[in-house]
Design a protein around this ligand. Structure first.
Ligand code: ADP
Ligand code: MG
Length: 735
């Protein structure tokens, strides 16, 4: 056992260990990796006027005045210590018998650390900040001995603290560990350290907890960031290697098959990107190892055709392909549009089908809510192999769904699927793993692709098909009557020209306690409770029918409708039998109605940046220019308004995903487990540390190629073993 795994009870004693448990710190490693939030500069006092009410703080200040008095009421004695940063003041209040002690220990002129929860009293110019019964630690000046010695350095580490454990108690415990322990072997190989000028392990832990100057702290941070990046990248490199060793049935392209017939029928030319990515995929499919490829392409980039062409290659080679969609609406739409695109090519065994085409297959649909008969037919088509393509939702993952020869799994809009689900589907292939193609419209910053998706190869469609119309986006302040009226007028104008519109609301509004996933924007801002509930589909729709959209054909779509009902509404909208669809985010992904030109998003500030970008991608898909109006009551210069302005200012999904990432904590990006105690990423940030991640990836790949079992790197192997599996980031589920 290394020092890192040693329980704190053993390392620092039961009493201290109990305190540290409040911070979820259980092992010496937990504590060593509980890094200072910042460093207080000796002599440089904390800005007291900046302390916010309710905040738990550790401040460095000087005692200005001390005043104790007996009071007649219990608890009998009141001590007020006023401390200052040279300008602002903070009152420390102690009651009762215990108040005699600080009176002795904090004579005026003493510098000290004070920790507690900030409360306010008084108001206006007389507003005072106070800490009631704070923890405190006088800092001796000049001659330092004994307990005060740890503050001899210029820099005082300030740790994320909690009730019951102060920053300096944490520092004391860290000191015990650092003084006593040998940190063991360095997991970062020496040649890597040398090449990237990284300091040694114990130097790094000393440097981050007890730096002599900021430069030393900086070197320590860099080295420890490398640890995080390198261990993660080694894990990913090993995964890639393991995957590359799996066997898969090769599905090489065949001349004169379904794919060729499909290409000949295509009403448009493939874009250069579609062609290039198509070639990459075709080559992958021909290999004896399973493809694991991530295809990124902004909304409307034409990923479906790429996926379909890959599926047809596999069918030509005698296998089957499954297309997995995140929602029923999408699965049904995919099924419909694939059948339509294939035309006679999808009518194998049907009268008038095979006659027209030399080659043909069947496209089956399997969803959770299908009637028993349709479902049986779909299951049979999948199991017998008569369906070359099976489209479905999660229902495809169920155990009794069987395939004759599953060769390829295409996962659309993967951000709704977790890693386990990907794995469940892979299991369905008999005789080798199926090839896997993951398609996502959520543009993924490079660093996320290198970490979260580090085990996948990636391709991107970077251009939109020609003839795509631009989308104009405007923020509409809901308080402004003129703007508001104009928004609805625009819908009427478009409807008069035969075009269609979406109105999106954050909530359904059927008064049930929320449970439906499309009810709450997942990456939206946190609700502060005090705000009014977001606008709801079922409230907004009747108001529009009676008011500004009177006379237009309008219907609603949301996640709690019966799937058949949803499908029927989507069909009517797609067929142009409805002018306006009032919906929740069920229409967020993939819905493709080229005739829709306007989208009005109500309470737009309740949605996240990426989500708005996805939503907006539903318009401007045809010949006509798209218009997206983001209605909000967020005031100018608020954070929420800033996000909306960002969405309005660019159509570049990659740029928006950066903004999105910037606004979320890493923990949110990487999934729940990452923000918890065991998180492996504490210092490394995906946004700012691209260079380190890139270099660590290259080093890790080389190392794993040379020594896949890590025989020559036992310390690194041990680190990997403790990197728990849940840590695999599930950005997708959160996005
Ligand atoms: P996404 O990448 O968002 O899934 P889709 O695959 O749904 O995009 O494609 C959007 C629309 O663009 C569809 O109507 C599709 O038929 C059309 N499309 C795809 N590729 C091309 C192309 N090369 N030229 C013209 N239109 C295309
Ligand atoms: Mg799509």
């Amino acid at each position: 056992m290394t020092i890192f795994e040693q329980p704190l009870v053993k390392a620092v004693g039961a009493k201290a260990a109990k305190r540290l448990a409040a911070l979820d710190l259980e092992t010496a490693g937990d504590l060593l990796r509980h890094y200072p939030r910042r460093y207080a500069q000796r002599g440089e006092l904390t800005d007291l006027d900046s302390l916010a009410e309710g905040e738990y703080v550790t401040v460095l200040a000087e005692v200005e005045k001390i005043q104790g008095r007996k009071i007649s009421k219990r608890p009998g004695y009141l001590l007020e210590v006023t401390v200052t940063d040279g300008r602002g003041l903070l009152t420390l209040t102690f009651f009762g018998k215990g108040a005699y002690i600080p009176e002795r220990e904090l004579p005026p002129g003493t510098h000290g650390l004070f920790a507690g929860k900030v409360s306010f009293f008084g108001s206006g110019r007389h507003l005072k900040r106070q800490l009631v019964h704070p923890e405190y630690k006088p800092l001796a000046g000049g001659d330092l001995t004994g307990a005060a010695r740890e503050f001899a350095e210029e820099l005082i580490p300030v740790y994320p603290a909690a009730k019951g454990v102060t920053s300096w108690q944490i520092a004391d415990c860290v000191r015990i560990l650092l003084d006593a322990a040998d940190l063991g072997d360095d997991a970062l190989p020496e040649h890597v350290r040398r090449r990237h000028r990284l300091i040694g392990l114990s130097e790094a832990y000393q440097g981050i907890h007890r730096p002599r100057d900021m430069a030393e702290a900086g070197r320590a941070r860099k080295r420890l960031k490398w640890d995080e990046a390198f261990v993660l990248q080694t894990a990913l490199a090993r995964r890639r290697r393991a995957a590359a060793e799996l066997a898969a049935t090769p599905r090489p392209p065949a001349a004169g098959g379904l794919l060729a017939a499909f290409d000949a029928r295509l009403p448009f030319d493939l874009t250069e990107g579609q062609r290039a990515v198509g070639d990459e995929i075709a080559a992958d499919l021909a290999r004896t190892h399973p493809m694991h490829r991530l295809l990124q392409g902004d909304v409307g980039a034409g990923k479906t055709v790429v996926g379909l062409r890959a599926m047809l290659q596999v069918v030509d080679a005698g296998g089957q392909a499954a297309l997995l969609a995140p929602t029923e609406v999408l699965a049904q739409q995919h099924h419909r549009s694939i059948v339509a695109m294939l035309g006679p090519l999808a009518q194998a065994g049907q009268l008038g089908g095979a006659e027209h085409a030399e080659h043909a297959t069947r496209v089956a649909l399997l969803t959770g809510s299908q009637g028993a008969k349709a479902r049986r037919a779909g299951l049979l088509d999948a199991a017998s192999g008569s369906a070359g393509i099976v489209v479905g939702t999660h229902a495809l993952l169920q155990e009794h769904v069987q395939f004759a020869d599953l060769g390829l799994v295409v996962i659309d809009e993967q951000h709704r699927f977790g890693v386990e689900q990907r794995d469940a589907l892979r299991e369905k292939a008999t005789g080798g793993r199926p090839h896997v193609l993951v398609m996502t419209a959520t543009p993924i910053p490079r660093t996320v692709a290198m970490t979260v998706y580090g085990d996948l190869d990636t391709s991107a469609l970077t251009q939109l098909p020609a003839g795509r119309s631009p989308i104009a986006t405007h923020v509409v302040p809901s308080g402004n009557r003129a703007y508001w009226d104009r928004a609805w007028e625009r819908i009427r104008e478009e409807a008069a020209k035969g075009r269609q519109a979406y109105v999106v609301c954050p909530r359904i509004g059927d008064e049930e306690p929320s449970s439906s996933p499309d009810d709450v924007p997942e990456d939206g801002p946190e609700d502060d409770g005090a705000r009014r509930p977001p606008l709801a589909v079922l409230d907004v729709a009747p108001k529009l029918t009676e008011g500004p959209l009177h006379g237009l054909r309008l219907d609603v779509l949301h996640g709690r409708m019966h799937p058949d009902e949803k499908d029927a509404v989507m069909r009517r909208f797609a067929a142009g039998e409805l002018d306006v669809l009032v919906a929740t985010t069920v229409i967020e992904v993939g819905v493709d109605v080229p005739n829709a030109t306007v989208m009005v998003v109500m309470d737009a500030d309740r949605f996240g940046v990426s989500q708005l970008h996805q939503l907006r991608g539903r318009v401007g898909r045809g010949r006509h220019a798209g218009l997206c109006l983001l209605v909000t009551d967020a005031v100018e210069e608020s954070k929420a308004r800033e996000r909306l302005d960002a969405v309005a200012s660019t159509l570049d999904g990659f740029e928006l995903s950066r903004i999105d990432l910037e606004q979320r904590r890493e923990g949110d990006v990487l999934g729940e487990s990452q923000s918890g105690r065991r998180s492996s990423l504490r210092l490394l940030t995906l946004l700012r540390d691209e260079e380190i991640i890139k270099e660590a990836r290259a080093e890790a790949t080389t190392l794993v190629e040379a020594d896949p079992e890590l025989r020559d790197h036992p310390a690194l192997a041990a680190e990997l073993a403790t990197l728990v599996d849940e840590e695999r980031a599930e950005y997708l589920e959160k996005a």
